[in-house]
Design a binder for this molecule. Structure first.
Ligand code: GDP
Length: 217
């Protein structure tokens, strides 16, 4: 059975005032255009075609909100790093995403999707910095692992883990053969259930009692 049988598209936003109410718990998914983010989202929530996979990198210019279940959302951030996007529009996305990370109280974590063959691009680094500066726990999903042999995949993962440090969790993933899909879903659930670290230390109680997010996994 699907982990999220009632998952549904909520809304698209290109301005902060179009975001759904800032309540419940949200996990944002980010990644360079064409990294495999939409494919990963669809595999994780087991719903084909939910996030639009695109043949045109950079076409997704909106923040898409999906409701996984009542009060729990997955937020598909626009793919970044596509050179053909005009500078002004890039700036708008940057400001929008930065504002989202800085002000979104219900944000519990970020999943950053990277092609295992080209991890930690400059834009990926900026995204990690943005999240970590706001104390938002990060989980890195290295997609298209099927394109590398097992040894090379592990090596790539170890290199990324070393670069980002132990506070960030890292995994290999392939939507093609299903490797790591359960692990990624577990990370999503863990982040959703984690206690907010952002500001507001007397926020809503953590019903899971799991304590600090962002470690282990
Ligand atoms: P997005 O722009 O990051 O949302 O990327 P998409 O999900 O649209 O995927 C970009 C391309 O990579 C598509 O052609 C996908 O079929 C392909 N792709 C995505 N995930 C995988 C994977 O795990 N393995 C392989 N081999 N290809 C993948």
């Amino acid at each position: 059975m699907s982990a999220f049988p009632r998952v549904r598209f909520l809304t698209s936003a290109h301005q902060a005032r179009q975001f759904p109410p800032d309540t419940g718990a949200e996990v944002a998914v980010a990644g360079r255009s064409n990294a495999g983010k939409s494919t990963a989202i669809n595999a994780i929530v087991q719903r084909k075609g939910l996030a639009k996979t695109s043949k045109t990198p950079g076409a997704t210019r909106l923040i898409n909100f999906f409701e996984l279940e009542a009060g729990r959302r997955l937020v598909d951030l626009p793919g970044y790093g596509f050179a053909a996007v005009p500078g002004q529009m890039r700036e708008h996305w940057g400001t929008l995403i930065e504002g989202y990370f800085k002000r979104r109280e219900c944000l519990r974590g970020a999943i950053v999707v990277m092609d295992v063959r080209h991890p930690l691009t400059e834009h990926d680094q900026s995204m990690l910095e943005l999240a970590l500066a706001q104390s938002v726990p990060v989980h890195i999903v290295l997609t298209k692992a099927d394109k590398l042999g097992r040894g090379a995949g592990r090596q790539a993962m170890a290199a990324v883990q070393k670069a980002v440090g132990p506070a960030v969790t890292v995994q290999l993933f392939s939507a093609l053969n299903g490797d790591g899909v359960g692990e990624a879903r577990g990370a999503l659930l863990r982040l959703l259930a984690s206690r907010p670290e952002k500001e507001n230390p007397v926020g809503p109680a953590d019903p899971t009692g799991q304590g600090k997010p962002g470690v282990g996994g």
